[in-house]
Design a protein around this ligand. Sequence first.
Ligand code: DQA
Length: 149
Amino acid sequence: MPGAALILHGVNLNLLGTREPAVYGRTTLAAVDRLIKEHGRKRGLRVECRQSNLEGELVNWLQGARREGFLGVVFNPGAFTHYSIALRDAVAAIEVPVVEVHLSNVHAREEFRRHSVIAAAARGQISGFGPESYLLGLDALLALGKRRR
Ligand code: DQA
């Protein structure tokens, strides 16, 4: 059993399924979480999924990730991606690896989405594969874990 991973969904991601379906699809957050958990289960990984619209709550979860025993974090900050220095600093401050993920291809959309203030502090970024981005993020965490051994 490789351990447990924390999935963090940021602002507005609770609205998945009904929010701009042409961009984000019709899969609800609960269904995305089921897909992620199933993917983790196949790899012997326990997955915990949390969502918040509050920047400070996400900061607290990032700060607590090590203490709670998570081997890494797959993080979709939503719009916080583009301006939250507080989240960037939290990602930089913690020792557990963080993989930034996005459902949409942020580089193929509006200009302001092309820049992530988080990306340089994260171990890497996966963008544009719909719910699959989270599954790739989990696999990236596992690959990082193997690399360290
Ligand atoms: C998003 C991309 C962000 O630009 C946007 O603000 C979101 C969702 C994505 O998953 O594609 O809320 O993070």
